[in-house]
Design a protein around this ligand. Structure first.
Ligand code: FE2
Ligand code: FE2
Length: 274
């Protein structure tokens, strides 16, 4: 299995790559290829070319959730691929995701469903765990079980005219079974990193977690949640923690201190092989 970071907030190497606030991962697994998220502004297409990744060989696109920093590159990706392609996601990717800060605004998917279907998207809705290829699972809705993972209070949606906390039920992750153990790929981890990893173990039946890679959404959490999550991750005995995106630099620095050599910052252009 190989994962290439096509888009992330930062670029860590002097290559002709673009960073943008968002995430997009190219996943190669047992001869299969898929694109997990599409970044924010379409840099994914040029970055893929630069990294020698041919997006047209993707068998599917998977959307971790509806936020614009994960779905904003989708139309460009579809136009580049130029044929009908399955796009896996939770039906609530189109719910009207909003945040209160730094400005109160819509941060959901920036396209109408019809526009994406015209560009080639064949949506496949996923609420339950789904094995995309043998050994590679898309999580489906992740049960929120830990007492310390609270979700992001800045995020909300309108139900009718009432403003309610955004449940982000559409937050999906990928679970890959490898000889080294489970590899968990996060989008933004709005369901909570520990909730997601426990769900991955339950769904796949694999206890050993080799790696966690992607956005942890630990940047905005309070000290209690952060401490609990760090303790949880330490107990997992990971071989690799490759956090990025909504982890934020202060938390990434702390994780680097805790995990030492086993921590990598997964900036644009990085590749991880399992
Ligand atoms: Fe994000
Ligand atoms: Fe998000």
């Amino acid at each position: 299995m190989r994962v290439t970071v096509l888009v992330e907030n930062t670029v860590g190497r002097p290559m002709r790559l673009f960073g943008e606030h968002g995430l997009s991962l190219w996943v190669e697994y047992e001869g299969h290829r898929l694109l997990f998220d599409t970044g924010h502004r379409g840099a994914v297409v040029a970055n893929a070319v630069c990294l020698g990744v041919d997006l047209r060989t993707a068998e599917a696109v998977v959307l971790s959730h509806g936020h614009c920093d994960h779905t904003g590159g989708l139309r460009d990706v579809l136009e580049f691929i130029g044929r009908r392609i399955p796009v896996y996601g939770h039906p609530e990717i189109f719910s009207g995701h909003r945040v209160t800060s730094p400005t109160d605004r819509y941060v959901g998917i920036p396209f109408a469903r019809e526009e994406l279907e015209d560009a080639g998207a064949k949506f496949v809705w996923v609420r339950e765990p789904r094995e995309l290829f043998p050994g590679l699972w898309l999580s489906g809705e992740v049960p929120r079980r830990t007492p310390f993972e609270k979700g992001d209070a800045r995020m909300y949606v309108y139900r009718e005219t009432e403003r309610v906390p955004d449940p982000l039920a559409d937050d999906l992750s990928l679970y890959a079974v490898t000889p080294a153990g489970l590899v968990v790929l996060l989008g933004c981890a709005h369901a909570g990193v520990a909730n997601i990893v426990e769900h991955a173990r339950e769904v796949t039946g694999v206890g050993k977690v080799a790696a966690v890679l992607g956005g942890t959404h630990l940047a905005p959490v309070d000290a209690v949640q952060l401490d609990n999550t760090v303790s949880y991750l330490k107990e997992l005995g990971l071989d690799l923690l490759a956090a990025n995106h909504c982890t934020g630099l202060p938390v990434a620095a702390r994780l680097a201190g805790v995990f030492g050599e086993r921590f990598r910052f997964a900036s644009t252009g990085e590749t991880f092989t399992f």
